[in-house]
Every structure is written in C-alpha cells, then in structure tokens.
Design a protein around this ligand. Sequence first.
Ligand SMILES: [Zn+2]
Ligand SMILES: [Zn+2]
Length: 228
Amino acid sequence: MRLTWNPKWINPFESTWSIVEKIKYANAITSRELVREFGTKDYKGNLTNQRYGLLRLNGIDLEHLSLSTGTDFSNHINYYFNKMVGMLTHLNPNFLLRKEFTFCEDCLAVGYHSILHQFIFVQKCPHHLTELKNTCKICGSSSSCETQNHKRREAFECVCSNFYVDPKFNSFFEWQVNLPISDRVIKDWISMDSKTYNHISETYFYLPSLKNLNDPLQFLLNFGKGIY
Ligand SMILES: [Zn+2]
Ligand SMILES: [Zn+2]
C-alpha cells in the first residue's frame, strides 16, 4: 500500500498518535484499516501485542510503514523520546507517560499532539500554557494510549465518532506548524546541556518522591546543574 505522506507534516515532539492520525486523515483510512495493513503479526497471522503501542508505535511494522510513506519514523520517535526522558535512565519510561490520551485543545485544532502532553511532569500545554484534557467533550470517555485502536475510527476522532476538537486546518499544508515553547521550565528541560543531562542520568531518583514535588522538572534541572 502506497500512502500519501510528506515528512514535513511532522513537527518537533509530535507524538506517534498524531502521526498516525495524520496518515489516516491524508489517506482517508480508519484505524482498523491501518492496523490490518501495518500491524505486526505472529506466525499464525494474529496481530501481536501492542502494549504501550500508541506512543512508541509498538505493534506496527515500522519498516513496512517507512517504505509506504518514504519516512523513517523510528529516528523521530527515538530522538524526541530521548530528549524528553532519556536522561531519566533509572526510571521506567512507561511510568513517565500518562496511559490516557492527554491533549491540548489548541494544539489538536491544528492537528498537533505532542509527546510532552503525555509526560507526567508536564501539567500544562508547553505551547499555549492551557490546561491539558483527557476526556472527550461530547461523550466524556477517555482513550487509552496502550494499544492501537482496532475499531473503525476515523482520523482525530474519539470512539463516539466526534472530533476531540473541531479541526481548524483546511489543507495538509497547514500541518507544518511552528509552535514555540512558552513554558520556561520545559524550554530549559528540552535544551539542557550535556553536562546537566549526564549528571541527571547518572543519578537514581525515586519516582513517588519526584511526583510529590511541586515542580519535578525544575528540581531535576537544578540538581543537574549542581544548584541545591
Ligand atoms: Zn497547546
Ligand atoms: Zn467521545
């Protein structure tokens, strides 16, 4: 299957959820059709386990998808994942991500969802500083980021077949957005120097204690820079 795709439609920190929705939208296919074509299968032909699938594209045949789109998604995924949580070496990255699909309405309106929205230490949209949402405003349900949805779900839609947010984009060209990061701490976090990065990555942090802090990222940055 040859897919309509342009690598320029991917923005910094764009989540694989967002990329998958764009692929569905640009090609007018549903989740079910996408998974049938690109889902990895075991020797019996059954779709394999896709645990933590939505944010890492586990359970999707990346090589097949790359060939069909002319884009290597694994570079993008690994690069931004490492920039966000790579320095937290001793913490299980799966515990650092919210299991429920969490989004900013302003970002989603322009077709963008960031992995930063899923990061448990990020409480507001780093771009718009607005409150993050995790439920559909129409049906009130929340979506899991654990697995690819096998239902006949159309792009950017909740299970109730309504858009999470009404799209403001009129064409694919508008998917290349240039959203600056407004949150100062997040800006410092994703641009920390290698010395700070290494200092943090060499240290063991206890997750429940970090979660109890008022601003875990600021604490970690201060620690990494040697400011106590
Ligand atoms: Zn936003
Ligand atoms: Zn809904």
